[in-house]
Write a protein that binds this ligand. Sequence first.
Ligand SMILES: Nc1ncnc2c1ncn2[C@@H]1O[C@H](COP(=O)(O)OP(=O)(O)O)[C@@H](O)[C@H]1O
Ligand SMILES: [Mg+2]
Length: 357
Amino acid sequence: MADVQFNKITKRFGDITAVSDFSLSIEEGEFITLLGPSGCGKTTTLRLLAGFYPPSSGSIKIGGEPASDLERNVFLPPGRRRLGMVFQDYALWPHMTVSDNVRYPLKIAGRPRTEQNAKVDEILAIVEMSGCEQRFPHELSGGQQQRIALARALISDPRVLLLDEPLSNLDASLRENMRVEIKNIHRRLGVSILLVTHDQAEAMSMSDRIVVMDHGCIHQIGTPEELYDSPVDEFVASFVGKANFFKVRQVGTMLYLCGDSRSDGAFADEEFLQPLESAHIQGSPVRGLGCAKPTDFQISRDAPTGAHGIIESSLFIGDSVVYYVRVGSIQFQVKTEDRSFEIGTDVSVSFKKVILF
Ligand SMILES: Nc1ncnc2c1ncn2[C@@H]1O[C@H](COP(=O)(O)OP(=O)(O)O)[C@@H](O)[C@H]1O
Ligand SMILES: [Mg+2]
């Protein structure tokens, strides 16, 4: 049985439609991420699930039971939804110790003190903060405060853990550590997680499935691999990993490269791209748009086939090099482990994969 079901949820604030016709099932123990740019409706979706406000239409089930359903006149308050939530700014109570912050949900639920103490010990061990019980939030680092916020969200044994951009206030190295920590907690506790982020690397590295959103609408739901390898549209392709876009034209069974996707220019400098039946081509050129990831190219000095290109600049990034390669009016970003191309080198450019839209 699905842990959470959003069924055609729409949420309007006055004239603004923050979330539009949103449907999603979260299976038990699944790690799902809502990914999209700022303002696309991620936080609103999370808050609708938490019960901070009712949807304008549609319904939500938690554990198979209706939680928000206007037609049936059902609206469970947040405290009865068995969800844990961690906010971007942690929202710890500054005047309370770590121990009192973490025990708070059990205290207001009226649980006995001995049970509270045992649970606080257990959960602080899980987030690796044992020994910090008597400290105050201002005596902790950002990462430690984040762990305490996690502990507080986990202590009442939630059915689903909701995380709203929980890592965005941490510095880069700590953020990587916390990604691993959260994955470990997920594995150990088996709790379902719904994470919200605008950071595609975070979404890709942590999630079982990702929901890509824009302007309140879902563009695609899939595993990180599915989104990267088979984006359904230009928005997903550009949001999940870097992508080169270019205009293409089909002539019989041949595909031609015919200019920068942003220019309106005609096919003045078109170059042969690839035979259309090639196994490396996905989709069909309905809108005349091609897309290739930086790793989807092959560049070489002397291959007889492929388009003619010239290396315009390069960025060494340690394990690989990103070359800026000019082909006609287009500049491609090409990523390869081969460090040997110098600026100004003539190369032949072919595509290991092109996705057509
Ligand atoms: N309480 C509110 N009242 C009015 N507009 C809101 C409210 N909450 C969110 N919005 C609007 O809804 C849209 C989605 O917001 P939000 O869900 O916070 O996006 P995200 O979390 O993806 O950045 C935005 O245009 C935002 O301004
Ligand atoms: Mg938000």
